[in-house]
Design a protein around this ligand. Structure first.
Ligand SMILES: Nc1ncnc2c1ncn2[C@@H]1O[C@H](COP(=O)(O)OP(=O)(O)OP(=O)(O)O)[C@@H](O)[C@H]1O
Length: 261
């Protein structure tokens, strides 16, 4: 478990302000980061992970300033970045390698503890029996679960996930999020997960951070995540337009059924 502190974080890319004066602290929680495309979610996760250097502000893990890549921070990506031609176990064990040819040499260097943790992590995500299956033969949901296992093997205190279920169908997305939440609880890690799907977010999140145009516009618990707040984040125009389209389609369908009858 760990405390992540983000203080007055700003990131500028030339003229674009991707993050503006963002501050929050999370501790031992499963936190969901919401916001539309371009709101700054990936930039925030990349800053916390040390992959992107902030323009100003500070990020601390357990009170210590984060600089550069952090072994205490596990990262789970949307496109899980697995090595396709090798097993789930080897992927979990060796982390994100550029290609399979270096796996053998890396494997020899892994200690017994890491190997045990790789199997435990696969068990947490329900893939112990498939541990030796090649990942290219697995479904998208299973592959993402391997990605989650891999993010846990180095025994991080904080896990970051950037749109971990964006490329999955709704039922696989629910299932993978269930495994991710369970994994965070079993391995006792704080999690910060960016999501597009508000319904999935509401189902799994213990706390919600809303980013709009680089600014943190809310930081709330499950009871406070109201439709009005979500509308405010994504723009009510879009929500109204979506609702109208649904109604239109229903009308159209009804009309079609009447004609057919
Ligand atoms: N490397 C970069 N160079 C220039 N601009 C960038 C870079 N990375 C992100 N940006 C800009 O910063 C803003 C925030 O982008 P970011 O990818 O963090 O948003 P996001 O909320 O993760 O979006 P998405 O959900 O589409 O991934 C956008 O305007 C984007 O164009």
């Amino acid at each position: 478990m760990s405390t992540l502190t983000v203080e007055n974080l700003t990131k500028e890319y030339g003229d674009v302000t991707a993050l503006e004066d963002v501050s929050f602290e999370i501790e031992d929680e499963f936190v969901v980061l919401l916001g539309e495309s371009g709101a700054g979610k990936s930039t925030l996760l990349r800053c916390v992970n040390g992959l992107t250097e902030p323009t100003s502000g500070e990020i601390r893990l357990e009170g210590a300033s984060i600089a550069g890549s952090q072994p205490e921070v596990g990262m789970i990506f949307q496109q899980h970045n697995l090595v396709e031609g090798i097993s789930a176990y080897l992927n979990a064990l060796t982390g994100s390698l550029a290609d399979a040819s270096t796996v053998e040499s890396l494997l020899q260097r892994q200690d017994r503890n890491t190997k045990r943790r790789a199997l435990e992590a696969l068990e947490t995500v329900g893939l112990l029996e498939e541990a030796h299956q090649t990942v290219s033969q697995m479904s998208g949901g299973q592959q993402q679960r391997v990605g989650i296992a891999r993010g846990l093997v180095q025994d991080p205190s904080l896990v970051l996930a950037d749109e971990p279920v964006a490329s999955l169908d709704p039922s696989s997305a629910e299932s993978v999020m269930g495994y991710l939440k369970k994994a965070a609880a079993v391995h006792e890690v704080t999690a910060l997960v960016s999501l597009h799907q508000v319904n999935i977010a509401a189902h799994f999140g213990e706390r919600f951070l809303g980013l709009r145009e680089g600014q943190l516009i809310f930081d709330v618990g499950p009871d406070e995540l109201t439709p009005a707040l979500v509308d405010d984040l994504y723009g009510s125009v879009e929500t109204v337009a979506l609702a109208k389209t649904d109604t239109d389609q229903t009308e159209e369908k009804r009309h079609q059924l009447e004609v057919e009858a």
